[in-house]
Design a protein around this ligand. Sequence first.
Ligand code: DSN
Length: 495
Amino acid sequence: MLQDYLASKPLNELSTEMIAFTANLEMVAKKHPQVAKSILKELIDQRSHLKLIASENYCSLSAQSAMGNLLTDKYAEGFVGNRFYAGCDNVDNIEQMACDEAKKLFNCEHAYVQPHSGADANLVAFLAVLRMKVQTPMMDKLGEKNLLNISKAEWDEIRAAMGNQRLLGMGLYSGGHLTHGYRHNVSAQLFEVYNYNVNEETGLLDYDELHKQLQEVKPLIFLVGFSAYPRNIDYALLRKYADEVGAVMMVDMAHFAGLVAGGAISGVHNPVAYADIVTTTTHKTLRGPRGGMVLCKAEYAEYVDKGCPHVLGGPLPHVTAAKAIAFKEANTDEYKTYAHKVIENAQHLAAALVEKGIHVQTGGTENHIVLLNVEKLGLTGRQAESALRECGLTLNRNTLPNDKFGPWYTSGLRLGTPATTTLGMGKPEMQEIADIIATLLQKITAAPDKKGNPSKAKYIIDESEKAQAIKRIHTILKKYVLYPEIDVDFLKSYF
Ligand code: DSN
């Protein structure tokens, strides 16, 4: 495969990206051709569908290359300069570079780049706060620094105190994340959880209501952040509220970290400037490899840095290397332009959808998320999601406040612009996409189930509407090709 590509053109016309991708695929195919085929099929799928999933993006081929190598073989439990394994010099250097890049990018006091995901980052943060605010003071009272030296009864008392703390987080149906205290999630088993919600009418956070609730609950952790809220949050105000009740302010900025990094979300809306601890993923708007990170004030650093081994297994040095690359990529003017454009595109998309009669939650957006209510069109989110996917659009269903269809079927759709903006799309494409979506949503109808009752999953779609939509999507995608350096037709001939 690679030899054929190298022989196909003069040397100065060969693309490094294509050589690397082809070599990589050939190495995979040597051991498992079916896996190589699936990788190629995934590229074809991502190229032929419009990616509107708000939490996805396209990571650079350089960051991807940093992940595919021998760094995966290295164990490095502990943190920079304090490892439980020998031979970590290079991994130390890589992790230090990633931490330094992250601190520079977000202008924060401390960065911990080991979490494997956003959920892991949240767990690291939870335990850090519990250890700092509950365990350490109790140990100090005992005049003891080492948990192993205390009696079973003393440890039982500490564990009971740690397990009896309150967390106040945004409700799942209001846009909060599962790890913010959803009953089935470990977060709700670690803490006594209270939820705040958005106003049902407006879909917006009610700051006065939240203030009141915070004063009533007086949580140890006041957790702000979301995975489906299309508006900015005033973190300066919430910091004030948190201080009144002595709560630790934690923000999960997984969704909009890239917009903060690029300066498109700033001032009172930048959580890093106000929170004690900020967690994030690195692969959404931030456009890096799949992973997590914790940023915190210096006083939390020693607790956060114990994430591995207290919460996490060994770090993933190959992913850390890719994080260092992504953070560096994000620290450029080009990326700043990108971050601003993500929001502009989301606003164009939302405005065009509203104009076409689609119900957009909160009437618009201030970030990369556009939330639609499809129940008003007689559909569940599941029906709309599946029907749109058939027509070439990949997006996901989402719960809405007081969702009558629940988290599986849902009443909403969540759209996002990080990926389409990476491809270079702008206002005309957002308007075209809005028109395609609105036309389809207004034509799809719910189908009856086997017993003749309205189904929450099945739908009816007119075949000519579908063909028309696919054609329109392909016209857009032909102009904005994912990883254009990679010649898919050439690679397809080998599988
Ligand atoms: N799965 C992510 C999202 O889609 O928002 C959050 O974990």
